[in-house]
Design a protein around this ligand. Structure first.
Ligand SMILES: Cc1cc2nc3c(=O)[nH]c(=O)nc-3n(C[C@H](O)[C@H](O)[C@H](O)COP(=O)(O)OP(=O)(O)OC[C@H]3O[C@@H](n4cnc5c(N)ncnc54)[C@H](O)[C@@H]3O)c2cc1C
Length: 273
């Protein structure tokens, strides 16, 4: 069930260059959401921007008894809404609705590999905890599903790397790459992946060219790969059809809505180009 709420901002703190973590006091959505799902956030009292914007769950926040009480979202300032969001102070209201989308697959494997580019690391923190069995989501008990999780994370430059300590603290092995070599290995994250050649399965999130490269690489390894798409969307719950992507069918291809049938797709099922 999709819940719509007006939540108070608990904090809105800087994590990296133009990157912030906003914490929202919203126990009902925090109790219902699982990794890979997302929320629509809207600034109340304004018609500019009028439309809400989609953001992945970064993680839920638990009270001392283990009950989910709040939600974290990590966002990069790129335009109008995210620019205004960065100005929001603790105590102010944000409109939101969710949980939205299908969420990540419940992998069972020795080594799960998350591959992120740009701001694409945001959906993976909760997933790492779910896979390692340190946290349960949406009322599920924690259960260990993988022995190890790695995050391969590529950024343009060191100042944009956000949340690396959170991933390490969650027990994830973090492998960094940057375009200019200012953090981790110089070059694309897919090159780093190619060098290490972990067995997978793989789950990717980031810019389209990176997802294409990842899909090609994992297909050549005959490894399972899922991708989470960040297609712009207006409603988030399947009504407006502004976020469609092409998916293979038995007879050719069809459009699927990223908001409801995604945002996570089997990489093999997507029509590239
Ligand atoms: C399922 C999902 C989850 C997401 N999770 C996160 C997240 O956790 N953190 C985060 O920072 N962002 C996330 N995004 C992207 C986020 O929704 C956009 O950055 C946001 O909508 C930008 O709003 P804006 O008003 O600031 O920018 P706008 O003023 O709307 O646009 C600014 C510029 O960015 C471009 N743009 C806007 N959205 C996108 C996009 N999705 N892809 C490529 N270019 C775009 C526009 O074309 C324009 O050039 C997610 C998107 C989806 C679909």
């Amino acid at each position: 069930m999709i819940l719509q709420r007006t939540a108070q901002v608990i904090e809105n703190v800087s994590l990296a260059e133009r990157t912030f973590r906003i914490r929202l006091d919203c126990p009902e959505i925090a109790a219902a959401i699982r990794p890979g799902q997302f929320l629509m956030l809207r600034l109340p009292g304004t018609s500019d921007p009028l439309l809400a914007r989609p953001f992945a769950l970064y993680d839920t926040v638990l009270d001392p008894s283990g009950t989910p009480v709040a939600l974290d979202v990590v966002y990069l300032v790129v335009g109008k809404m995210t620019g205004l969001l960065a100005e929001v102070k603790a105590g102010e209201p944000i409109e939101l609705w969710g949980p939205l989308g299908n969420g990540f697959p419940q992998l069972e494997a020795e080594h799960g590999v998350c591959v992120a580019g740009g701001i694409g690391q945001t959906p993976f923190l909760a997933y790492v905890r779910e896979l390692l069995g340190t946290r349960g989501y949406a009322g599920q008990r924690p259960r260990k599903r993988v022995e190890r999780v790695s995050l391969y994370y590529g950024v343009r430059t060191a100042s944009l790397a956000a949340g690396v300590e959170d991933f390490q603290a969650a027990g994830c092995e973090v492998h960094l790459a940057s375009d200019d070599g200012s953090i981790g290995e110089r070059g694309f994250v897919t090159r780093l992946l190619e060098r290490d050649r972990p067995a997978g399965p793989f789950v990717g999130c980031g810019p389209e060219p990176m997802l294409h490269a990842l899909t090609k690489l994992t297909a050549s390894w005959k490894a399972k790969c899922y991708v989470s798409l960040e297609t712009p969307m207006a409603c988030g719950f399947g009504v407006c059809f502004s976020c469609v992507t092409k998916v293979k069918t038995a007879t050719g291809w069809d459009y699927k809505r990223v908001c409801t049938e995604g945002p996570v797709f089997d990489a093999d099922s997507l029509v590239v180009g």
